[in-house]
Design a binder for this molecule. Structure first.
Ligand code: ADP
Length: 236
């Protein structure tokens, strides 16, 4: 499979000296959906922030064939859509339309192309018809969908999702999983929700203490009780 993300010998320490990633090596194929699991402090968020160059460590990170560097940052960021755990960190406009249009407008697209991007992104998340609503009047599940739409409107090849199901009731959770399963983008998903991991991601990576400690089929890893317990993870 053609790799869309290639991480080689990646290590990173925060300025206070704490090592958050230690010699990570992993490749992700185009279109793969991969869960990144591990206890709090394992390095999941730190790893994600390397994918679009917000953080830069030692080693190599290549995204869509481009080495992440100051020179490639703009192109890389257009390829990698980060969806935060809390949609309220992503939504700040008075209407849903303006929030979803923000990215395409920032790229100076003409108005009809912006409208087209917004329409397609809202259709992809099942939120057509909510354009004029205030994001903070929507339910958490709906706000999560809009936050996802703000990223989809940029047409990224890769989606990086941090705890997509946290705080959702069972119905909103099921419907979000169904929606994510249908999206064609390559996905990296950090989650403590092992049912979501099971239902969405055929492949799982386990991080612990900044190290990649396992990488394999979700069905194999999640059934391995010893492995799961050793890294503070629940068996679904
Ligand atoms: P996870 O997302 O798996 O919970 P993080 O990537 O947030 O893990 O954190 C990995 C390690 O880096 C932890 O030990 C955490 O305390 C540390 N860390 C995270 N952010 C910072 C920061 N801004 N400054 C210093 N240390 C940090």
């Amino acid at each position: 499979m053609e790799p869309i993300i290639q991480i080689e010998n990646l290590s990173f320490s925060y300025p206070d000296g704490r090592q958050a990633l230690a010699d990570i090596n992993v490749q992700i194929g185009r279109g793969e959906k991969v869960a990144v699991v591990g206890p709090n402090g394992a390095g999941k968020s730190t790893l994600f922030l390397h994918l679009n160059g917000i953080l830069r460590g030692e080693g190599r990170v290549r995204v869509a064939g481009l080495e992440v560097s100051a020179r490639t940052m703009r192109t890389v960021r257009a390829q990698v859509g980060l969806v935060f755990q809390d949609p309220d960190d992503q939504l700040f406009s008075p209407t849903v339309f303006e929030d979803v249009a923000f990215g395409p407008l920032h790229l100076s697209y003409p108005p009809d192309k912006v409208r087209d991007r917004v329409a397609r992104a809202l259709a992809a998340v099942g939120m057509v018809g909510h354009e004029e609503q205030m994001p903070h009047h929507l339910s958490l599940g709906e706000r999560k969908r809009i936050a996802l739409a703000t990223v989809l409107a940029m047409d990224p090849a890769i989606l990086v999702l941090d705890e997509p199901s946290s705080g959702l009731d069972p119905r909103a959770r099921r419907s979000l999983i169904g929606l994510l399963r249908q999206l064609p983008q390559t996905m990296l998903v950090a989650s403590h929700d092992m049912r979501l991991v099971w239902d969405l991601c055929p492949r799982t990576i386990i991080l612990d203490g900044g190290r990649l400690v396992a990488d394999g089929p979700t069905a194999t890893l999640l059934r391995d009780e010893t492995l799961m317990n050793r890294h503070g993870l629940e068996v679904p």
